[in-house]
Design a protein around this ligand. Structure first.
Ligand SMILES: O=P(O)(O)OC[C@H]1O[C@H](OP(=O)(O)OP(=O)(O)O)[C@H](O)[C@@H]1O
Ligand SMILES: O=c1cc[nH]c(=O)[nH]1
Ligand SMILES: [Mg+2]
Length: 213
């Protein structure tokens, strides 16, 4: 599914779509699921950081001195929604190694599907930072909304949300709760089922990354 909402970015690059398809296969091993997620994270990080701040620096080439461009990576904070968000961290950090990293521990109550917080730790100096919140799945939206609400209270410069997969229900909920937050995803699937799982989806991301099924 595509969208005309300028705050929702579906990354349609063929490499992203190919790797996502491999991850959806129910017989993908834990090793290959994790490897593909890592590769996808790098590709998505490239898209998400397209407008990140840069600075001019002096550099001496073997021939002369010039003014050149570098990113201001230290002003970026990644916020991983545990557990599954950690599956995206390595790939993001490969692309922006200077980023600081926060963790937001949330699990979905299986009965109510509400997000329950068990941990929260973010870097210092948040008002000086742009934040990218990462979680492979945006389903009901409860986890992302709760995480972003907590991050927003620290007044960062900006917040983006990156997931691998979402559905119309999750996009709508997050857009309504946090209309200022841009959403980046590789796909918007058809719908949620009665247990809050994305259809067709890829199953339980946390269990597939960590082999805990
Ligand atoms: O949009 P929602 O309906 O809130 O669902 C999405 C959340 O569900 C999964 O986490 P889960 O609670 O299974 O925890 P885990 O990452 O520790 O497996 C997933 O990683 C998201 O955080
Ligand atoms: O489909 C889903 C929904 C929530 N969390 C997952 O890991 N998968
Ligand atoms: Mg899970």
């Amino acid at each position: 599914m595509t969208t005309s909402d300028p705050f929702v970015h579906v990354i349609t690059h063929p490499l992203v779509q190919h790797k996502l398809t491999l991850m959806r296969r129910k017989d993908a091993s834990t090793t290959s699921f994790r490897t593909l997620l890592n590769e996808l994270a790098m590709l998505m990080a490239y898209e998400v950081t397209r407008d990140m701040p840069t600075q001019d620096v002096e550099v001496e080439t073997p021939l002369e001195t010039m003014t050149a461009t570098m990113i201001d990576g230290k002003k970026l904070a990644l916020a991983s929604i545990l557990r599954a968000g950690n599956g995206l961290l390595e790939g993001f950090l490969a692309v922006v190694p200077g980023a600081r990293v926060g963790h937001i521990g949330l699990y979905r109550d299986p009965a109510t599907l509400q997000a329950v917080e068990y941990y929260f730790k973010m870097p210092k100096d948040m008002p000086e930072r742009d934040v990218i919140v990462v979680d492979p799945m945006l389903a009901t939206g409860h986890s992302a909304i709760a995480a972003i609400t907590r991050v927003k209270a620290l007044q960062p410069r900006s917040i983006k949300f990156v997931c691998l997969l979402t559905c119309p229900e999750g996009v709508k909920a997050l857009r309504e709760a946090h209309p200022d937050v841009q959403i980046f995803t590789a796909a918007i699937d058809r719908q949620l089922n009665d247990h809050g799982y994305i259809l067709p989806g890829l199953g339980d991301a946390g269990d597939r990354i960590f082999g805990t099924q």
